[in-house]
Structure formats: C-alpha cells, structure tokens
Design a protein around this ligand. Structure first.
Ligand code: ADP
Ligand code: MG
Length: 633
C-alpha cells in the first residue's frame, strides 16, 4: 500500500495535522483529544527536551524569554525586513542587520526553522500515535504571500523534523480543496478570507487548467483575533472598580496573562451566546476581578478590526480586477471567523447571495446558476480547513484519492421505464456514489414472455422525455400476470460506472449491462434537464396521473371481459348490454387520449370506471355464488 501523506497546517498561533484515512480526510487529535496544537515551544534552562503546544503555552507567563510563540512570522526573514511592531515579542531576537533572524535564549541561539521543526515533530508524533504507524511524508501549507526564502525555510523545518516534504501548498488553496472546490468549473473564482489568531489574509484564486492560481493576495501579519482579545482586556480593565487593582494588573504580567486568557474565552463564548461574565477570584492578592460582557459590546469593539480586513478585501479585489459578482464562492477560514458578525460582514463585503451556512457542499445544477452574488462557505471548523485541504492534496499525491469521484454525486436520476412508458427512479439525483439500489418488477399482462429493461437518466416523468442509456430483454416462461418476477439492481462504483443487473427470481438467471456515461454528464446538459423538469413539472405530473389511471382502466376492462366469459349464458341479457355500454364509455375516454402528450380526461375516465365497476357488481356477486355452489356440491 502507498504510504499515506500527512497534511500539516503550520499556523502562527495554532497548528494541526490531518490525513486521508479510508477515503476520508480527518484532523488527528493528540492523546488528550485536542486537534489544535498551540504553535508554542518552551526551552527549559536545564537543556531538557523542549515542551510543545499546551504545555509550552502555560510557560509563557512564567518564562517568557524562553517560550517561543509566533515563530512563523520570522521564518526565512532577516533583521532588516522587520517593521518596528514586528520586533515586539516577549523573547529576544538577534538584531544583526542583513543576517537571518535568530532567537536568543541566553545559553544558545535558535534558527526559526529549528523552532518550527520542533512543532512539526510534535505533529508527526501526534499523527503516528493516532494512526499507530510511522509516517514520514507530508504536505505543509504556507500563506500565499510567502516568498521563496520563507518557503525554503518551511521546507527546511520539515526536513529537520524528519519529514519528507512532498509539497509546499498555499493555505488558501488548501482551504478551497477542503471545501471540494477543486470540482469547480474552469475560470471559477474563489475568495478565501482567513482571519486567525495573529494574521489576516485575503486571497483571490482562479481555477485554471484544473489547479488554483493566485490572482491576488493581501493581508496583515499583525491583525487577528489577538487584537480583539487586547481590546477586550482594555475594556475590562477600564470597567474594573478598584483603581488599586487596575494598577496592579498593569504592573503584573501574570495578572495580565490571566485576564487575556479569560477575555479570549469570553470572546469565544459570545460566538454562541449573547452574554458572558469574566470572573477571576484572587486575581491579585485578596482582590477578585469580575466584569460583565455582552455581544453588542464585543461587536462594537471589533468594528475597527473588521473594517481593516475590509480595506484589504477591497484592495485584493481591485488587484485581481474583479467585482463581487465575478466571484463564484467566498470561503471563511481561521478560528476568528466563527464570530457571527464576521460571517455577516464578509457576506456584505462580497455581496454574497446567501447568508446561510453551506457547510462545505457545493451547490450544483440550477441553483448554482440562479444566484447572483457568490455563495458564502463556512465550515463548522474553520480552523481545521487548511490541514484537511493539505491532507486531501496528500491523498491526491499518494494516489489514495486519485478518483475524486469518491466524493462525487449522481448529476441526474437513474431509473427504468415501466409499463405505460413512465420513469421509475431507482437512484435519485444528487445521491453520493458509490451507491446501490434495487427493486422487484413483475409482469403487467398475462402470458408475457419477456420484460424489457430500459435504463433511463433524467428528471422527467415520462420515459420518452428522459435519456436512454441502454436496454436489454429478460425472457421467461409464460405465466399468469404478476407471477414472473425480475429483480433489478443499479450499482454505481467509485469510478462512476453504472452496472445494471437483472435477475429472473424464478430460475436465478442473470443479465448485466455496464454503462460508463452515467456520471460524466456535461454540466450544461444537467442544468437543461433539471430546468426542463421544473418547467414541465405540472404537465409531466398530469401525464403520469393519466398513464397510471389508463393502466388501471385497462386492467379493469380485462377483468370484466374474463368475468363475462366465465358467466357465459347464465347472465341476464339486459345486464350484459348495460355492462357493454359502460365498457364502451371507458374505451371511448381512453381513445380520446392525446398520443403526443399522453394526457386525457382523468376525471371522466375515473367516473366511467366507477360506473363500470358498479354495473359489474351484480356480475361479481353471481360469480361468487357460482363458486360457492360448486364448493357445496
Ligand atoms: P492561526 O491561523 O493564526 O494559527 P486559528 O485559525 O487557529 O489561528 O485562529 C485562532 C483565533 O481564532 C484565536 O484568536 C481564537 O481566539 C479565535 N477563535 C477560535 N474559536 C473562536 C470562536 N468560537 N469564536 C471566536 N473566535 C474564535
Ligand atoms: Mg491559520
């Protein structure tokens, strides 16, 4: 078996690892069940092995100078590249101009690649523990704006972690892959809005010859959820009743850190609820800290952040020379996009046609063409989308996901023609494949010697309005009506091939038909078919009702014929005449059918059938009497 390839999102604040397992991409959890690992490494003074993730995160207050966070910002960069604000971290950086940046720990120096490698090694470990096998190959993601030296540094970090890096993938491309957008049509355009903990990116992608290319990318490496946390902290401190406590908080980093953590927690709570209380007992000596906070306040505090992202979106769209209506999809990535106001605002920025969450499925067919603005996609876990997409890319590279049809759906319904020329659907449109469905059919008339299996595709009620995919005949011995039975099964495999199997249930003989073209239907043809089924829905239903009624009438006529024959001369002549009159009426209504539209006067047919039924009741009673007297003899 091919060795699976990991998908790794090496994020500024959080990292995660995913894999395609048995055809499904999934994010792997560590032994405590966490799927996100904080991108933080703590280096103990004693030179022991570094702590990574949550354990390191907890050391940030105690040992800020030895606890490295945000290392992604420094990957592949030199001191002269950094803006003033970028130097503001709690640990020491070498400031030798023109040289690659280094972290100064006092007793040793670290290249950013080494720190990232430690995080990557941890993710590799999480994956190996979870999958119970050793895993070396990986796809690692980077922001679209990363230059060559930043990409090289990421590659190097992967190597240092013992990984074979199969590809460095753009984060927005990975996000689009995770939403299945690689199935979009040529030239489809997607905006990826990624608001994480410390960075914001907006990227416009275009589908070109089956892969995404970046049309424009913008962003800010100093803008993210963390800025919002800081504003909440400032607000809370302002609200603090005691000025002594206020001063104490400002001068004690550990108090500040506690408030910051509580502020982030409240912010997350407010994505679900409308109110939250921040409570920290004994924050400083005997003093408790308490602050009430609601969604309106949070939304007010987040306005400046959201406005800044809007400016970047406008610039990116301008650079790509696009208007909102040129976009097909907008997708939201990054933990901070869970905030309801952000979803709403982004939908407004891009004039999205729906505010509803699409949870990752692409709408195909008609609804897709109907909408004016782009569709907004928000997954349940926007902070996992990039790792999932990287795993999907890994799956494609390793061959486990080569036939992406695995996640495909049937573009149109598949079924059989039944007696009277109607469509009988076995597999409805939009069923995910592989799939199977079957039904048992029986003969409609006595002594029928064969049954025609006519395979159809389409959304119309009448067989003739759908497309014929193939036909064959199942023969059987002559038998009364309804005795011979044929089981028909439709099965579509992962490659989209439809196999039709018909089994004569009496003798077990089987026939099969293989149809390649059931899934590969041109988009345009699909939408034409769906449109015509909607347009003709009323007409089609009327035809179906007429045909069904006609079949019942034919059965009734046959039954009456048989009964008359059985009773022979014992029936009263007047009664026979009356029955024959009613039979003629039914036949006349049937004859008035419009053969082209297969429609007729349903009400009249029903009425004349009722009359015929009533007229034959005496006949039926006679037949019963006859049977009974024969039994008594
Ligand atoms: P990054 O890509 O920078 O590593 P993430 O995508 O993991 O970051 O996003 C982290 C940010 O998302 C943090 O600021 C965190 O507070 C925020 N976040 C996570 N969940 C929620 C939520 N439910 N509501 C609002 N913000 C959230
Ligand atoms: Mg991210």
């Amino acid at each position: 078996m091919n060795n699976p390839i990991l998908g790794i999102d090496l994020g500024t604040t959080h990292s995660s690892v995913a894999i395609v397992d048995a055809g499904f991409p999934l994010v792997l959890a560590d032994q405590e069940g966490h799927r996100l690992t904080p991108s933080v490494v703590h280096y103990p003074t004693t030179g022991e092995t570094p702590l990574v993730g949550r354990k390191a995160q907890r050391m940030r207050v105690q040992a800020p100078s030895r606890t490295i966070y945000d290392i992604k910002r420094f990957m592949g960069r030199s001191a002269s590249d950094l803006s003033d604000r970028e130097w503001e971290v709690d640990y020491e950086l070498s400031r030798t101009m023109g040289e690659p940046l280094k972290v100064l720990l006092g007793d040793r120096t670290l290249r950013p690649e080494e720190v990232s490698a430690t995080i990557l090694a941890q993710l590799k470990r999480i994956a190996e523990q979870s999958m119970e096998c050793s895993l070396e190959r990986a796809v690692i993601t980077v922001p679209a704006y990363f230059n060559d030296s930043q990409r090289q540094a990421t590659l190097e970090a992967g190597r240092m972690a013992g990984l074979t890096v199969e590809r460095i993938l753009n984060e927005p491309t990975a996000a689009a892959l995770s939403y299945g957008l690689n199935r979009l049509k040529e030239n489809a355009k997607v905006a990826v809005y990624d608001l994480g903990g410390g960075t914001f990116d907006i990227t416009i992608l275009e589908m070109f010859e089956g892969v995404f290319r970046v049309l424009a990318t913008h962003g800010n490496t100093q803008l993210g959820g963390r800025d919002l946390d800081q504003r909440i902290v400032d607000y809370c401190i302002q609200q603090c009743a005691s000025s002594a406590l206020r001063e104490a908080i400002k001068s004690h980093p550990e108090c500040m850190a506690k408030i910051r953590a509580a502020a982030e927690e409240a912010k997350i709570t407010l994505s679900q609820q409308t109110e939250a209380t921040i409570e920290i007992p004994f924050l400083y000596q005997e003093e408790h800290f308490s602050c009430h906070f609601d969604r309106d306040t949070l939304e007010r505090l987040s306005q400046p952040l959201i406005e800044k992202t809007r400016a970047h979106c406008l610039r990116a769209m301008h650079d790509a020379k696009l208007e909102s209506q040129d976009l097909d999809q907008v997708i939201l990535v990054g933990g901070q996009t869970r905030m309801p106001l952000i979803k709403q605002k982004v939908a407004e920025f891009f004039a999205c046609s729906d505010f509803e969450e699409n949870r990752g499925d692409i709408r195909i067919g008609q609804s897709f063409h109907e909408q004016e603005g782009p569709a907004l996609h928000t997954g349940e876990h926007p902070d996992e989308a990039i790792a999932l997409g990287a795993a999907i890319q890994g799956g494609i590279l390793s061959g486990t996901l080569n036939h992406l049809t695995l996640l495909d759906v049937t573009p149109l319904s598949l079924g059989l023609e039944t007696f009277g020329g109607l469509m009988n659907v076995l597999i409805p449109r939009n069923s995910t494949i592989p799939t199977k469905a079957g039904e048992v059919f029986t003969t409609a008339v006595a002594n029928q010697r064969e049954m025609l299996i006519h395979v159809l595709q389409g959304e119309r009620e009448r067989a003739a309005d759908n497309w014929s995919l193939g036909r064959f005949v199942v023969p059987f011995e002559s038998a009364p009506r309804g005795v011979a039975r044929v089981g028909v099964q439709f099965a579509i495999d992962a490659n989209g091939i439809l196999k039709v199997l018909a089994r004569n249930l009496k003798d077990g003989t089987e026939q099969t038909l293989e149809i390649q073209s059931a899934i590969d239907v041109e988009d345009q043809q699909v939408s034409q078919m769906v449109e015509s089924s909607v347009e003709n829905a009323l007409d089609d239903m009327e035809s179906r009702r007429w045909i069904e009624q006609k079949l019942k009438a034919q059965q009734l006529l046959q039954a009456v014929d048989c009964s008359l024959e059985a009773c022979g001369t014992s029936v009263d002549g007047n009664m026979v005449e009356f029955i024959e009159l009613k039979v003629r009426e039914v036949k006349q209504t049937l004859a008035r059918e419009n053969p082209e539209t297969q429609k007729g006067d349903i009400a009249r047919l029903k009425a004349s059938m009722k009359e015929l039924d009533e007229a034959t009741q005496a006949l039926a009673a006679m037949l019963l009497d006859e049977v009974a007297s024969k039994l008594l003899e």
